[in-house]
Design a protein around this ligand. Structure first.
Ligand SMILES: [Zn+2]
Length: 263
């Protein structure tokens, strides 16, 4: 018998949500486990997560609600899904796929994350990333690019296909692996020993990306040493060399450094 799929979200969901938001001139980039699975990581995907500009959050909510998504109206601390995740990064707004509610473990949601809560030092996601020339962007890429790993049933969503809704070409956007690693190292360096639940999340993302790198041999992660060097600069510029030292020591303990040098 085939192993059960690690994901419950159909790739049609991120394509549909991206189409709805882009039609309202709201840029969006995949995030969380959906993004990790598109990048080839073996993770469980129950939700569709997007980063969008902070100032367009209210408009995005109107767009989703007027297209048959229902917003969870509970405060984030009271919500049975995100309330228990206190201390972890949590989305700004979340929406049920239909008129559902949080029932049992199967409450799939579309989650919108505020850009500045995650990417304080990164520029906004451009609204219309041209399908050509997206490789020149510093941290995002089209989710259908052949540089991304293929779909592997039961393992990962991989690069998206059939990105057409009602004749419109949809440009789903994801992080590129190397800038993602760099960014996660910065977040880890910020939260290490200060905010353990968040530290745990960044470490699990890094592990998932490294696992995907090992499985697929992802080309874009070749600049890992560069990413580390850049992280050191940022930590020094932000006057937090001690937190960077801790990050390095943890990575050495996890043998991430050893694997990097051995490559
Ligand atoms: Zn909720």
């Amino acid at each position: 018998m085939a192993p059960p799929p690690k994901y419950d979200v159909s790739p049609e969901v991120p394509i549909r949500v991206t189409d709805l938001l882009n039609q309202a001139q709201i840029p969006c980039c995949l995030w969380e486990n959906l993004m990790l699975s598109v990048l080839g990581a073996s993770v469980e995907v129950t939700d569709a997560d997007f980063i969008i500009p902070d100032q367009q959050m209210a408009t995005a909510a109107v767009v989703l609600v007027s297209n048959n998504f229902k917003e969870c109206t509970m405060s984030v601390d009271d919500c049975p899904k995100f309330g228990p995740l206190r201390g972890e990064p949590r989305p700004a707004r979340h929406f049920f796929f239909d008129d559902g509610t949080h029932t049992g473990e199967n409450s799939q949601t579309v989650n919108l994350w505020a850009h500045r809560s995650l990417l304080g030092h990164f520029p906004e996601i451009p609204c219309n990333v041209p399908s050509r020339g997206v490789h020149g962007h510093p941290y995002i890429s089209a989710a259908h690019t052949t540089l991304l790993p293929p779909h592997v049933p039961g393992r990962c969503i991989g690069r998206l296909q059939d990105l057409v809704v009602e004749g419109r070409r949809v440009n789903v956007i994801t992080f590129k692996p190397t800038p993602l690693i760099e960014h996660l190292l910065i977040l880890l360096s910020r939260d290490i020993d200060r905010r353990p639940p968040a530290e745990h999340v960044w470490r699990s993302y890094l592990s998932a990306i490294l696992e995907a790198q090992n499985y697929h041999g992802m080309a874009d992660v070749a600049g890992f040493e560069w990413a580390l060097t850049r992280t050191a600069w940022v930590a020094l510029l932000e006057n937090s060399p001690s937190s960077f030292d801790k990050t390095l020591r943890r990575m050495q303990a996890d043998d991430i450094m050893g694997r990097t040098r051995a490559r």
